[in-house]
Design a protein around this ligand. Structure first.
Ligand code: 13P
Ligand code: SF4
Length: 301
């Protein structure tokens, strides 16, 4: 296909790397140099030797890449690719909560805008939220903005008092307990894995509650041959491609993140041609948000 050849050629000329989230469309996953969850992609972004990062994901992910490597050119092929969950909390909301609970650290899920991270003490991802909260020395914690991930952490870290912000991901809200029951009835041998952004009633029915990276790993390592997958459906392409002998069933085939799907091959090519749209952030925001991300890394060291 001509467009793919052009992307590959320009990628070399521009000294660029293409990073893609697990929810991206098959054609984007196929041209990516790295595919992963939020944590894996931020690790890669901070280490790659290339000068240009084309981020195929949503805005907060490209912002993290910029925060970790501000000397690089970070391109987001469609800057309207946002995250409705990230919009459920503002920097003012975090400031006000912190004033109300003086001395209580704010832990922010990475699915937030950079300005919100800048007001936070620690960041976490779906892959490490439980560990990060466990290791924070204070007993009381403020958790932003996903109430379901917060509830999952609360369940796993009983010794802490966690005040949870009531934000949610509309895509994961589409997955209902009856979806899991229906799929379990059809595939009784299947392992049920769901994302922590799913509601409690869904998480309770799951064998595993995992980040998307965790799902990729368990699908590879488990002796199970069938899996019911409770997250955005884009991940099914990767799961099937890497494990062609296994079967994967979406809990709800309508759980589609329209923002993730805004990235197309045409937009990737345009980004490489024009080196735009660039993601940049004010220096002060980068510095403060970096601290929260760095504290996440140090907490787990
Ligand atoms: P992961 O970090 O688990 O890939 O999750 C990102 C996300 O946006 C979930 O909806
Ligand atoms: Fe945001 Fe939900 Fe889309 Fe993930 S799936 S990027 S949390 S809207």
């Amino acid at each position: 296909m001509e467009i793919i050849e052009e992307i590959i050629k320009l990628k070399k000329e521009r000294n660029a790397v293409i990073l893609a989230h697990n929810y991206q469309s098959p054609e984007i996953q196929d041209i990516a140099d790295f595919i992963g969850d939020s944590l894996e992609l931020s690790r890669v972004a901070s280490k790659v030797p290339q000068k240009v990062i084309v981020f195929c994901g949503v805005k907060f992910m490209a912002e993290i890449a910029y925060i970790l490597a501000p000397e690089k050119t970070v391109l987001l092929p469609d800057t309207t690719a946002g995250c409705p969950l990230a919009e459920t909390v503002t920097p003012d909301d975090v400031r006000r909560k912190k004033e109300f609970y003086p001395g209580v650290p704010a832990v922010t899920y990475v699915n937030t805008n950079a300005e919100v991270k800048a007001e936070s003490d620690y960041c976490c991802t779906s892959a490490n939220a439980v560990e990060v909260v466990k290791k924070i020395p204070q007993k009381e914690i403020l958790f932003f903005p996903d109430e379901h991930l917060g509830d999952h952490v609360k369940y796993k870290v009983r010794e802490k008092e966690i005040h949870i912000w009531p934000g949610y991901c509309p895509v994961h809200m589409k997955i209902l307990p009856e979806d899991i029951w229906r799929e379990k009835e059809k595939h009784p041998q299947a392992l049920v894995m769901v994302h922590p952004e799913c509601r409690r009633e869904v998480r309770k029915l799951a064998d595993e509650v995992l980040s998307t990276g965790g799902m990729v790993k368990i699908a590879r390592e488990s002796s199970k041959e069938e899996f019911i997958v409770g997250t955005e459906t884009g991940i099914l392409y990767r799961l099937k491609k890497e494990n062609p002998e296994k079967s994967f069933y979406p809990a709800n085939p309508q759980a589609i993140c329209e923002d993730m799907k805004k990235i197309t091959l045409e937009k990737v090519l345009h980004s490489l041609e024009t080196l735009s749209p660039k993601i940049t952030l004010p220096e002060d925001i980068v510095k403060r948000a970096y601290k929260a991300i760095q504290r996440m890394v140090e907490t787990l060291a």
